[in-house]
Design a protein around this ligand. Structure first.
Ligand code: KG4
Ligand code: ZN
Length: 349
């Protein structure tokens, strides 16, 4: 029996997701993500207790569906990869324990995955698969910088020619996605905020509201000032908020984030001279932001790589793909080596 499948598991936040990656062809032969958004929306954010309980039932549901579609998948497993950090601990445990137990049962290696690192490499995934399935391919793009912007994290990572990753910038307070979510909540627009703010911004007039552009030195972000400025303006309105105010505020906020990311991208390119720039994380689903970053790259002759919308948010395909890359680096990994990620560029502990 040929062992040519890798299993990816993602349960770090509010998406329950499993994917099977065919190592020989670079194709995802199974991908399923069940979102919990509906369950958390009424609370305006993710409720950890509800998330972990839902992961238990949704992951079981996906496993059942996967068995129906690919009855003999367990016989082909070469390794199992699961997100082990960062995230909600009780949610991480569902996928982590499932992954470790499956790996132990099948007597194959378990590969613990850092969620942010998986986002970082997700621009190499195309719809249904990945063409760059070797580190040698990736080396050709170095030195590169990756901008990862999600609900909980904002990172600039530099990958050198010898594949050494270094964190070169982050946020001093809120993550970019977190700020979208908080602004949406202040405007009474629901959760998650990013897609709603992006949509409404198209109907509003960004010039109608003036917001301060937070611009700390270098490439770090700082968003608490912008968030406070939005709150102040919301507090001055009579409730319920008018549709015009909501759309204008979304347009002004979206414009601020675009200007901020454009400026930081420009600075990053000037300072670090990358050959290519990868843009990923849930916020990178924002089409206007994507176009903004891409145009700064084009202007500076830097190759831009974004993530197909399907893979911008949390998904197990990016976990399986990074599992594959990690396994290529160290195929000697033994089942007993299983442990928490020993070191991550995103967290030194
Ligand atoms: O990567 P992700 O799915 O989960 C985390 O790792 O946090 O990112 C989720 C974040 C949320 O804050 C959500 O509002 C934001 O990504 N997001 C967006 C858009 N779609 C999702 N932000 C801006 N524009 C979007 N279209
Ligand atoms: Zn994420």
């Amino acid at each position: 029996m040929k062992r040519n499948l890798g299993l990816g598991i993602e349960t770090s936040c509010d998406e329950s997701s499993l994917a099977l990656f065919n190592i020989d062809t670079g194709i995802f032969v199974y991908e399923k993500t069940l979102t919990q958004i509906q369950a958390h929306a009424k609370y305006g954010g993710v409720v950890p207790n509800i998330a972990s309980k839902l992961h238990l039932s949704l992951v079981s549901q996906i496993l059942d569906e996967m068995r129906l579609e690919i009855p003999d998948w367990t016989s082909h497993i070469q390794w199992v990869a699961a997100t082990t950090r960062p995230g909600l601990i009780t949610s991480l445990l569902v996928g982590g324990v499932l992954g470790r137990s499956l790996a132990a049962f099948l007597q194959v290696p378990f590969i613990p995955i850092d969620h942010c690192e998986a986002h970082m490499y997700s621009p190499l995934i195309q719809e249904g698969g990945a063409t760059q399935i070797d580190w040698e391919d990736i080396k050709k793009e170095t030195p590169l910088v990756a901008l990862i912007v999600s609900g909980g994290h904002s990172y600039w990572i530099k990958l050198s020619e010898d594949l050494e990753a270094k964190c070169i910038g982050t946020t001093r307070d809120d993550a970019v996605g977190e700020c979208y979510d908080k602004v949406a909540r202040m405007l009474g627009l629901g959760y998650p905020g990013g897609p709603i703010v992006e949509k409404l911004s198209l109907e509003g007039n960004a010039q109608a509201i003036s917001l301060p552009l937070p611009m700390p030195q270098g490439i770090d972000f700082s968003l608490s000032g912008l968030k406070t400025a939005v709150k102040r303006q919301v507090d001055q309105q009579t409730t319920p908020l008018s549709k015009t105010f909501q759309t204008n505020m979304c347009a002004a906020f979206q414009k601020c984030i675009e200007d901020l990311i454009a400026k930081k991208t420009e600075t990053c390119i000037q300072e670090h001279r990358p050959k290519s720039l990868w843009f990923s994380g849930g916020v990178s689903a924002n089409q206007r932001l994507c176009r903004t970053v891409a145009s700064v790259c084009t202007r500076n002759q830097v190759v831009f790589k974004g993530v197909p919308r399907k893979y911008a948010g949390d998904n197990a395909s990016m976990i399986a793909y990074l599992g594959h890359l990690k396994y290529k680096l160290n195929p000697e990994i033994k089942p007993q080596d299983v442990g928490i990620v020993p070191y991550s560029v995103f967290s030194k502990s």
